[in-house]
Every structure is written in structure tokens, then in C-alpha cells.
Design a protein around this ligand. Structure first.
Ligand SMILES: NC(=O)c1ccc[n+]([C@@H]2O[C@H](COP(=O)([O-])OP(=O)(O)OC[C@H]3O[C@@H](n4cnc5c(N)ncnc54)[C@H](O)[C@@H]3O)[C@@H](O)[C@H]2O)c1
Ligand SMILES: N[C@H](C(=O)O)[C@H](O)COP(=O)(O)O
Length: 333
């Protein structure tokens, strides 16, 4: 179901200040977007990065009491948060990690209170946040924690594919133990619900990958399919959810299977995402499902080697913003 909408207001967090997030934000200002984009970042950082990239930019302090109008090309609304120390492209500084997390909390809070209709995130650097002493595995888990959401699902969209994951940022040696009957019920119910309610698919068809090579080869190459995945899928089918499989992951991403599906559900990060990124890196979108708010993100990281150079692509950010707008319009009131 889609609804006619006023101009949405979308928070855009600029991410790691030494990475390409600030560059992407000022590059975005060169486009006219059918939404009011509010960049949450250090205003001086944006000015400095725009100057480094030789881009003209007019930064307007965000005031939620003013009428909603999209920013004109060349302008950006900004919700200013101050860096701890000035940032230089490519140089990670752990002392700025609290600033990065503050920008996320500001966006989350604005979404929860209705100031923002959605949030879009530019990339953060997980390592430096941990180096600063903040346990952090990703936006996905941080958003779950800070919205009190017990279970979320990471889904990436690109190259004609949707790939959702049973587990998120988890060390490989912890994956098998994390895939339980209940976790599969929870994640697949969220996926089904959000494909219906955030993407407007009335009858989502979900292809499920096995965990083991050749989906366990009838128990000769692992037992998780027989013991856990098949019983969970049977229960979900009884609930009316169209889950198919488990299929061997190596042949699942072929036209034979994909032509009749809306989404692939992979068991872990590097089972599903390399395929999608091969098909669409730099144009894809990362979405967090199951949250009480709408959140999309780029499909790439901080690209420290390219910050401040002007040698970057902004297609994934544009796609993430477009997808957030589509999701706002698809979500029932
Ligand atoms: N949404 C996010 O916050 C997000 C997503 C992925 C990775 N990360 C984090 O980013 C950090 C760096 O990760 P990585 O090195 O594995 O991946 P990366 O995406 O930063 O870089 C991989 C390669 O792609 C290039 N690249 C990335 N984005 C580009 C763009 N927009 N235009 C042109 N070239 C681009 C980089 O220069 C590099 O050569 C890690 O801490 C990782 O966890 C964050
Ligand atoms: N897993 C994501 C990817 O490969 O693109 C990335 O690490 C970002 O994840 P978060 O959105 O949780 O930060």
C-alpha cells in the first residue's frame, strides 16, 4: 500500500570524519532531492571538506519549526555536532568516535520523536570506534540496542537482488550456534513483515540458503539443515509465510531460483553479501529491517584512501536516500 506524501525529512549521518562520509554529504548537495535532507555532522568539517573538493556549498542550520522545503542544489540543512578534534582525510582519530556515535543517537532520537521520517547513514569505521573503547559491531546492532529492538535483520538491495541475513556482524566460528529454531522464526517473520509493510510486496517469496555446503548433503555434510532449518521453515509455512529451501547457497544465486523470488535469505554475512556486492557495489543499499524507524545506508565503507580526493562515487548514497523515500511512502500509517 502506498500513500501520497508531503516532503519527507530525512536525517543523514556523515559517519567517520576521516572517511568519505563528509565528502558524500557535500557531493549530495549538488543534487536536487525530493526530500528535506538534514546532515548530522560537524558544520566546520563539511565546510572544510567542500573546500578540499572545490565544491560550493551553503550550509543552513536545521530548524524543525520552519516549513518543510527540500534543500535547493548547492545547499544543505545541517544539525551541527562538534568534533572533539579537527579531522583530516584518511587519518583515524579514536577521540572523535564519541562524536560519530552522538550523530547516530541524534538521528535515532529524531526518528523516534517524529522530527525525521527516516535516517540514512554514511559509513563509520567499526575498528576505530572499538579502539576508542566503545564496543561496536555495526549500525545495525547499535540501532537495535538504541531503539530497544530485540531482533533486527540486515538486508542489502542491489543489482536486482535483495539479500537478507540470518546473522549480522558475527565471527564465523559463532555463526552455527547463533542459528537456532527461534532465531530463524524471528528473523524470517521480520523479513516477511517488512517486505510487505516497507516494500509493498503483498506475498513475498523468500529463498532460504542452507548453512553447510550443498545444504548439508542430506546430513553427510552437517546437520543444521535437518535439525534446525527445515523444521523452522515448516513452521513458518504453516503460518502462511512463503519460504522455500533450504537450498545450496552456491547455486541459489542463479536465474533458475531467482526468477521466482523476491528475496534471498542467507545464513551469514559473507555467504550473501559478496554476491550482491559483485552485482552492484557502489550502487546498492543496506537496510535495517525490524526497527520502529526507517534506516538505510550505503553499501560501502569509509574508503579512507579516497577521502578528500574527489575520486569517489556517490551512487550508493543517492540510492539509499531514494530507498528511504520509497519506504516512507510504502509504510502504512
Ligand atoms: N555502512 C557502513 O557504515 C559500512 C559499510 C561497509 C564497511 N564499513 C566499514 O568501513 C571500513 C572500511 O571497510 P573496507 O575497507 O572493507 O571497505 P570500503 O568499502 O571502505 O573499501 C573497499 C574499496 O572500495 C573503495 N570504495 C569504497 N567506497 C567507495 C566509493 N563510494 N567510491 C569509490 N571507491 C570506493 C575503497 O577505496 C576501497 O578500495 C571498515 O571499518 C568497515 O567495517 C562501514
Ligand atoms: N555489513 C555491512 C556491509 O557489508 O555493507 C556494513 O558492515 C555496514 O553494516 P552496518 O549498517 O550495520 O553498519
Amino acid at each position: 500500500m502506498s500513500k501520497p506524501t508531503a516532503i519527507p525529512t530525512i536525517a543523514l549521518t556523515a559517519g567517520e570524519p576521516a572517511g568519505i562520509g563528509p565528502d558524500l554529504c557535500v557531493m549530495l548537495a549538488q543534487h536536487t532531492i525530493p526530500a528535506r535532507i538534514v546532515v548530522i555532522a560537524d558544520k566546520d568539517l563539511l565546510k572544510t571538506r567542500a573546500a578540499q573538493l572545490n565544491l560550493q556549498i551553503n550550509l543552513i542550520d536545521f530548524d524543525q519549526t520552519t516549513p518543510v522545503t527540500p534543500a535547493q542544489a548547492g545547499t544543505l540543512y545541517v544539525l551541527d555536532h562538534t568534533l572533539t578534534v579537527p579531522a583530516a582525510p584518511g587519518i583515524l582519530q579514536p577521540v572523535n568516535s564519541n562524536y560519530v556515535l552522538e550523530t547516530l543517537r541524534s538521528a535515532i532520537s529524531g526518528c523516534l520523536t517524529g522530527t525525521f521520517d527516516a535516517m540514512v547513514t554514511a559509513p563509520v569505521h567499526k575498528g576505530v570506534i572499538n579502539d576508542a573503547g566503545f564496543p561496536f559491531t555495526g549500525h545495525t546492532e547499535y540501532l537495535a540496542e538504541h531503539t530497544n529492538t530485540p531482533q533486527v535483520v540486515m538486508m542489502l538491495v542491489g543489482g536486482g537482488l535483495r539479500v537478507a541475513l540470518a546473522t549480522t556482524h558475527l565471527a564465523l566460528n559463532e555463526v552455527a550456534a547463533a542459528i537456532t529454531h527461534d532465531s530463524l522464526l524471528d528473523t524470517l517473520r521480520i523479513l516477511h513483515h517488512d517486505l510487505q509493510n516497507r516494500f509493498g510486496l503483498p506475498h513475498p517469496r523468500i529463498l532460504v540458503a542452507g548453512l553447510n555446503p550443498h545444504a548439508g548433503e542430506s546430513g553427510h555434510l552437517g546437520h543444521e539443515e535437518i535439525d534446525i532449518i527445515i523444521p523452522a521453515l515448516n513452521q513458518l509455512r504453516e503460518e502462511g509465510i512463503d519460504v522455500r529451501g533450504p537450498y545450496p547457497a552456491d547455486t541459489l544465486f542463479t536465474p533458475t531460483y531467482l526468477k521466482d523470488a523476491d528475496c534471498v535469505f542467507a545464513m551469514y554475512h559473507d555467504q550473501g553479501l559478496p554476491v550482491l556486492k559483485y552485482a552492484s557495489f557502489g550502487e546498492g543499499v543496506n537496510v535495517t529491517l525490524g526497527l520502529p524507524i526507517i534506516r538505510t545506508s550505503v553499501d560501502h565503507g569509509t574508503a579512507l584512501d579516497k577521502a578528500g580526493t574527489g575520486q569517489i562515487e556517490s551512487g550508493s548514497l543517492l540510492a539509499a536516500i531514494q530507498m528511504a523515500i520509497t519506504m516512507i511512502n510504502c509504510t502504512p500509517d
